[in-house]
Structures are given as C-alpha cells and as structure tokens.
Write a protein that binds this ligand. Structure first.
Ligand SMILES: Nc1ncnc2c1ncn2[C@@H]1O[C@H](COP(=O)(O)OP(=O)(O)OP(=O)(O)O)[C@@H](O)[C@H]1O
Ligand SMILES: [Mg+2]
Length: 382
C-alpha cells in the first residue's frame, strides 16, 4: 500500500476517536496535527490537547494508538502529544459554540433539545434518584442527555452517578478558556454546583440572585453540545430556582415527583401549579416509593397508595391535556443503595422493578412527540 493511501487510512481511523469530554471526533475538533506514515509502515501522529494537564489525555492517547494500530499496514505508532495554542483553542471554542455568542444561553426557544424540569413539593421524595436513573436510561436508548443539578443547596447528582471520589467530592470540570466541559457519567453530561465546591458537605448559602446567576452560568458556559434531552434536578419546593428555571428555560416541561401518600398530593400539586404560573407545562407525574413486594408476596405500602394518581388528576384539571401518571416506582433497596454507591440501577440491576418503572418513563419521554405544529421533534436517535 502506498504511503499516501496509508496516511489517509490512518486519518480515517482517527476520525473514530472521540474526545471523551466533548464527545466529538478529534478530527472534527482540530486536535489532530501532523499524520505521517513511512515506507516501513511506521506511523507518527501529532495530537493537540485543548489544555495542559487535560484529564482525558491518557484516554485520548490510548484510543489514538489503538485506532492507528488497527489500520492494516501500520507496523508501529508514535504519538506526539502537544497542547493547542491560545488561538487554536479560541477557534475550537468558537466552533463548538457554532455561532452562539459567548454569553448566549443554550436551550433557548429555538433549541430542539427537550428540557424536563423534575420537581416536587416535598423534599426527599426521590427526585434526584429518579432524575439520575432516568437520564441514564435515556442515554442507554441512544439519546444525547445532559443533567443540570439545579439543587444548589443540596446537590446530589454527582454522588448518585458515581462522579465523586472517596471523600464525596466531584471532579472539577475541565475548562477550555471560558467554556466548561461537563463530566460524563454513564453517557450523561452532568453539571452540578458540587463540582465547584471543595468538600462534599460544603454548604452553599446563596440567595435568589446568586442562585439565578449560577443556573444561568450552567446554561451558558457549560458546553453540552447538541442534546436530545436536558433534565434539571430541582431543589424541593416552589422557590427561587423553580422561578429562575421558568425564566431561563422557556421551553422546559415539568415532571412532578410525589410519594403515594395522599397527604403529599397537596404539596406536589402546588409545585405543578407554580410551574404553570411560570409558563411551563406539566407533562407527567411520577409516583415514587410505592408499594414494595416482599418475599412472601405481600405488598408493603410504607407510604400509602394513590398519591400519584391523585396529583395527576388534580393537575389535569388545570390544563387542556390530561396529565398522565407516567409510572409508579416501587420502594427498592437496590435503587437506594445504587444511589449511595454511585451505580444507577437502570444499568447495574435492570430487572429490578424500580428500574423497569423508570425505564418505562424513559420510553415515554423518548417517543412522545412535541405536539406543537411546525416544530421539529426534539428527540433523535444517533
Ligand atoms: N424508590 C425508592 N426506594 C427506596 N429508596 C429510595 C427510592 N427513591 C429514593 N430513595 C432514597 O430516598 C432518599 C431521598 O432520595 P433523593 O435524594 O433522590 O430525593 P430528593 O427528592 O432528590 O431529595 P431532596 O429533596 O433532598 O433533593 C435517598 O436516600 C434515596 O436513595
Ligand atoms: Mg434531590
């Protein structure tokens, strides 16, 4: 094979190597410098990383080596790793923004990304657990998924998705100039205030305007790329963050999580009503912590029953389209322990009834149409 043909084959192989953070081929990111193959089949490849000490450097080098070695005719690979110049980096961030101004928010009115805000009236009903597992289930279906952990005071998504170290601290995301690259867990791009504080227990005592700015910054500076679905894990209640989300993400639709407890229905309904007041549509209710089937076949209804259906019924009364109860997720020890150790059960224990119920919600979200005339469907399978 001629050297020219081999060189092209090597370039072709490099097009299959993705930057693990940006999740695009390194060839598209202008990260490949010189490529040469000599008469003996020895290939040399120059790779330009975005920043010094890029945490993905080892993975990229390994993938490049493997890709080039797999080209028939290549006998040896030398990878020369360097770092982009500031000008190259600027060109890259501009390219990634694809014309969007540096301070422009992603997911504006023209965005094709479907944005779902997961809310509840009460705390501790399992919003974060459900959001994280739902995101992973959607990613497993081939969708491009991101999560904004908008629970600034009680961030928990990095832990549930295994992004934290032994001290419970999440990694600080890589920055390329003013662009923040969200870490990826189980195929989901994640950003959380937990990635910008120094300890897992750090209390973030911010008031409304600061919260608003933080979420705004997540939506402008974090490079999510083209997402099919963005999930927002909201703090409990109907506070400032819910209102900010309404302003910053006008296309967001709302999923209300509630327990089966009849008394919880009032509070859950209120969170749905507030969402509507900020212009968002409630598109479904997820009941969580429903009856647990015990080994003897009896069902333990620790939190009662019927709350989810009741919230769905009440919220339906306020809008043209009925609000469906999308799933009733049972109490599940694996769901809880998976969250504790950062291993979402939709992956680790897919047969668990809670995982099955969450996957059902994912299927509903992945297949529903936007229902607005003239609007393209925001979901596409890669
Ligand atoms: N179906 C379930 N079965 C058993 N445990 C669950 C279930 N859903 C959630 N949990 C557990 O309940 C606790 C609270 O869940 P989670 O943190 O997801 O709730 P939350 O609504 O996000 O809370 P907060 O309001 O504090 O943000 C966690 O320990 C979680 O593992
Ligand atoms: Mg939470």
């Amino acid at each position: 094979m001629s050297e020219g043909v081999l060189t092209e084959a090597v370039r072709g192989a490099l097009a299959a190597v993705l930057d693990p953070e940006i999740r695009k081929p390194i060839t598209e990111l202008d990260m490949v410098g010189g490529v040469a193959v000599d008469a003996d089949g020895r290939a040399s490849v120059g790779i330009k990383l975005t920043i010094v000490g890029c945490p993905a450097a080892d993975a990229i080098e390994r993938d490049v080596r493997a890709a080039v070695e797999s080209v028939p005719g290549v006998t040896d690979v030398a990878v020369d790793v360097s770092v982009m110049t500031p000008a190259e980096r600027r060109a890259l961030t501009e390219k990634l923004r694809a014309g969007r101004p540096a301070r422009g928010a992603q997911f504006g009115p023209d965005s094709l990304t479907r944005v779902y805000a997961v809310t509840s009236g009460k705390g501790g009903v399992g919003k974060s657990t459900v959001t994280a597992n739902l995101a992973v289930a959607l990613a497993e279906r081939g969708l491009r998924v991101g999560i904004v952990d908008a629970d600034v005071h009680g961030f928990s998504i990095p832990g549930i998705l295994g992004l934290t170290d032994e001290n419970g601290v999440a990694p600080r995301p890589t920055r390329v100039d003013d662009m923040i690259l969200p870490p990826v867990a189980y195929g989901v791009k994640v950003v959380s205030i937990g990635m910008f504080v120094d300890s897992a227990s750090a209390a973030v005592a911010w008031r409304g305007p600061m919260l608003h700015r933080t979420i705004q910054q997540f939506l402008t500076d974090v490079f999510f790329g083209d997402l099919d679905v963005l999930l927002l894990d909201l703090p409990p209640g109907t506070g400032d963050v819910a209102i900010s989300v309404g302003q910053l993400l006008p296309t967001a639709e709302v999923l209300v999580v509630t327990t089966p407890q009849p008394a919880a229905a009032d509070v859950a309904e209120r969170s749905g009503v507030v969402a509507r007041q900020t212009g968002q549509r409630v598109i479904g209710v997820i009941e969580n912590m429903a009856g647990l089937v015990q080994p003897d076949g009896t069902v333990l209804e620790l939190f009662g029953s019927g709350g989810g259906a009741e919230v769905a019924r009440r919220l339906s009364a306020g809008q043209d389209e009925a609000v469906p109860l999308l799933a009733s997720v049972p109490l599940s020890i694996p769901l809880r322990s998976g969250g504790d150790v950062g291993a979402p059960i939709v992956v680790t224990d897919p047969g668990d009834p809670a995982a099955v119920a969450i996957r059902r919600v994912a299927e509903h979200l992945a297949t529903r149409s936007r229902g607005l005339a003239g609007r393209k469907l925001g979901l596409s399978v890669r």
